[in-house]
Design a protein around this ligand. Structure first.
Ligand code: SIN
Length: 477
């Protein structure tokens, strides 16, 4: 049976569902309705979670990979059998349209699927030695208990993308979900428990005070790894604080992806791709296209097709089947989008498509003639606004792709393979989508360079983040 939202109000600490002294409200961004009063964890619960994670670690790391794999597989099946309820939970707590929520659950489950398999393939290595009387062996051990902080924009997939490889590697995981979307994370923890997941291997501590909750984890030397998805300024602070205990750190930070369309692109596919890259999750994705650069000769044709497709997007109640774009997650997010649009317009940008803002619903918006100094070209918008600029030469396109300090994703649309490779090699981005607006997938490395982060999630790279090589040198005597 699916839990009600009210059943998802307790924290999951040391294998028990607990109440806390205080609670905080979770509201629907679409209607403002109160969905649940959720346990508000503090340093006290953090300390209890640390002790539990430290205690379970030796047993969990010694459990056979087959056992860990089997539990992960059961968790995945439980998630898939509650897919509809999970999609509804996300629609309610953070406004993701149902159809997208269903896709996210499949995406979330695909990480568990992948790492349930990878658990059994954490192979060691032997290395030829230069010394005839020595042999070199390398084994991989789990890094230890992990503290993770996940964002609200993908409340299920960002949890499984971190937790599944950690559990597969043998690391207990303590999660602080985003304040806006704790219910999905608590739902996932319930399913882990129901699948036979060992107590304290996965704990969930919602909190309205991330700093106070995080401090004990960051300062405790027994927590060996921090993994965070969120903004660049917060990522930097967490990185600095983790230095005192020399934790392994993975940071998946801000994006700001350029979307470049060359004159030889297939415009039908490029405009479909632009819809996906810009309007998936209402633009609230780290890999969302932030600014569009169109080669001058195809700009009118691209704009005509793109504007038709944007105009047909359905903005509305995330619980309605036909909705394609839901509300923004909160007033702060909406204010930022509105501010960037206002800045662009004050510098001369024109609104080709747009409309009135209602509540947290920001209409899909197209801005043309955006001048190079507009903030929206460089700052991450995290909303359904597409600013469009023109370029003439490949050099100008390259300069556009190089501006700013982000380095997560970039998109190129061209049928010239030579240009695609040349470009991809010249631009500092962790992910390059060539004629592909949705490169994210469980088997591939997701992550950025420059100010977009450290480390990778997904594929074998995501597992390596939770493993330490141990070198064993054998003297034959
Ligand atoms: C993100 O926005 O951080 C995740 C998006 C994705 O996995 O595609």
């Amino acid at each position: 049976m699916d839990p009600s939202l009210a059943d998802l109000s307790q924290a999951f600490v040391a294998g028990s569902w607990i109440e806390t002294a205080r609670t905080f409200p979770v509201r629907s961004p679409a209607t403002g309705t109160l969905l649940a009063e959720v346990a508000d964890c503090s340093a006290k619960e953090a300390r209890a979670a640390i002790e539990a994670a430290v205690q379970i670690f030796p047993a969990w790391q010694s459990a056979t990979p087959y056992l860990r794999s089997d539990l992960l597989r059961k968790w995945r099946e439980a998630i898939l059998s509650h897919a509809e309820a999970l999609a509804r939970t996300m629609a309610q707590e953070m406004g993701k349209p149902l159809a997208e929520g269903r896709r996210e659950i499949l995406y979330a489950a695909s990480f568990i699927d992948w790492y349930a398999e990878e658990a059994k393939r954490i192979y060691g290595e032997t290395v030829p030695s230069q010394h005839p009387q020595k042999r070199i062996f390398v084994c991989y051990a789990p890094v230890g208990p992990v503290y993770g902080i996940t964002p609200w924009n993908f409340p299920a997939a960002m949890v499984t993308r971190k937790v599944a490889p950690a559990l597969a590697a043998g690391c207990p995981f303590v999660l602080k979900p985003a304040e806006e979307s704790p219910l999905t994370a608590l739902f996932l923890a319930k399913l882990w428990e129901e699948s036979g997941g060992w107590p304290a291997t996965f704990q969930v501590l919602p909190s309205s005070d991330p700093e106070a909750l995080s401090a004990p984890f960051l300062d405790d030397p027994r927590i060996r790894k921090l993994t965070f998805t969120g903004s660049t300024p917060i990522g930097k602070r967490l990185y600095a604080r983790s230095a005192a205990t020399l934790k392994r750190v993975s940071l998946e930070l801000g994006g700001g992806a350029p979307f470049l369309v060359f004159a030889d692109a297939d415009l039908g596919k490029a405009t479909d791709g632009a819809i996906t890259a810009k309007f998936r999750n209402g633009g609230q994705s780290c890999v969302a296209a932030n600014a569009f650069y169109l080669q001058k000769e195809i700009a009118p044709a691209f704009l005509r097709l793109f504007a038709e497709k944007v105009a047909s997007l359905r903005l509305g109640d995330p619980l309605e089947e036909a909705t394609q774009v839901g509300p923004l997650v909160n007033a702060q997010g909406l204010a930022k989008v509105a501010e960037l649009v206002a800045d662009g317009r004050s510098r001369g940008a024109k609104t080709l498509l747009g409309g009135p803002i209602r509540g947290l619903f920001f209409p899909p918006t197209l801005l043309t003639e955006v001048p190079p100094d507009a903030r929206i070209l460089e700052e991450e918008t995290f909303g359904p606004v597409a600013p469009l600029c023109l370029f003439e030469s490949e050099e100008e396109a390259l300069a556009a792709a190089l501006r700013g300090r982000a380095g997560l994703a970039a998109y190129l649309w061209t049928l010239d393979l030579g240009r695609a490779f040349r470009f991809a090699e010249e631009i500092p981005y962790g992910i390059v989508g060539v004629n592909d607006a949705l490169p994210s997938t469980a088997q591939a490395p997701f992550g950025g360079v420059r100010e977009s982060g450290l480390g990778r999630e997904g594929g074998k790279w995501g597992l390596a983040e939770y493993l330490e090589p141990q070198y064993l040198s054998l003297g034959l005597g």
